[in-house]
Design a protein around this ligand. Sequence first.
Ligand code: ADP
Length: 306
Amino acid sequence: MAENYARGDMLGQGTFAVVYKGQDKRTGKVVALKEIFADEKSTDGKKGLDPTALREIKLLRELRHPNIIRLEDAYPKKKSVVLVLEFMHSDLEAIIRDQNLVLAAADVKSYMRQLLAALDTCHRRWVLHRDIKPNNCLIAPDGSLKLADFGLSRLYGSPDGRLTHQVFAQWYRAPELFFGARQYTAAVDVWAAGCIFGELLLRRPLFDGMCDIDVLSKVFGLLGTPGVEGNWPAAKDLPYFLQFTENKPVPLRQVFPAASGDALDLLGRMIQLDPLRRISSTDALRHPYFTNNPPPTPPALLPRTA
Ligand code: ADP
């Protein structure tokens, strides 16, 4: 209920929401109040909030995991909705960009284990995220990573509409989606998590580009064009398949000279072009990378932004 929360200063504005600091008047707890813009098209193409969205939000309130931001409450406001979330201090984008921070191999492993644990929990319940990017990986006051907005991407309107305004999300978009695959699968989230893995190792985005073609050229520049070495046989059957000038894959070792062999093996499995061959979040967590040395840094000891 709206009257249970006091709205404070604005924390930030995203493409589809304004986020305010807030306080639960009953407990004094500091929260983040995320007000989704009411004028965005919802999933049924009409203005305002799709009635099924509220039902879904209720289900998402049941998702509890240390690496998923808690949706504590939600209430309607005019034609839209306000999400009451755990209050977070920073995000992974700020950490990656902070030139003063050194990210050790054990730190990267810790972020990846936390991100994959969040994905695994949701994928086991058939909940997809569909908009994983570093600034959706929030950092809690205790240093742990918490994935934000799980299952809520549908609230923000159709994926195509979203991509016209939200250029950055393209960098984490799986190749099958560029070619018009009709169904989002869990493999889409694993691809995005793989892009974040690469970005943590490189300290810059793995597949940044100004437009779809640009991003895809970078993807195929590294992984080879579809069809080369039988890497993705079903690509040519996708509705918007485009033939790119053929090139062979570049060994990951060339791009990541300092990374360990086990890290590159896992990364390679997460950014498989063919979604059917892409590793699942469950199997990724079982990869030897996570049990080999060095052990992942405990969240409380991870580097912090100033
Ligand atoms: P985007 O569209 O970039 O994903 P959001 O709409 O999710 O952004 O959030 C906008 C800004 O609000 C973020 O950049 C962040 O600074 C802030 N923010 C979002 N969620 C939280 C939270 N749970 N706690 C603190 N700040 C938050």
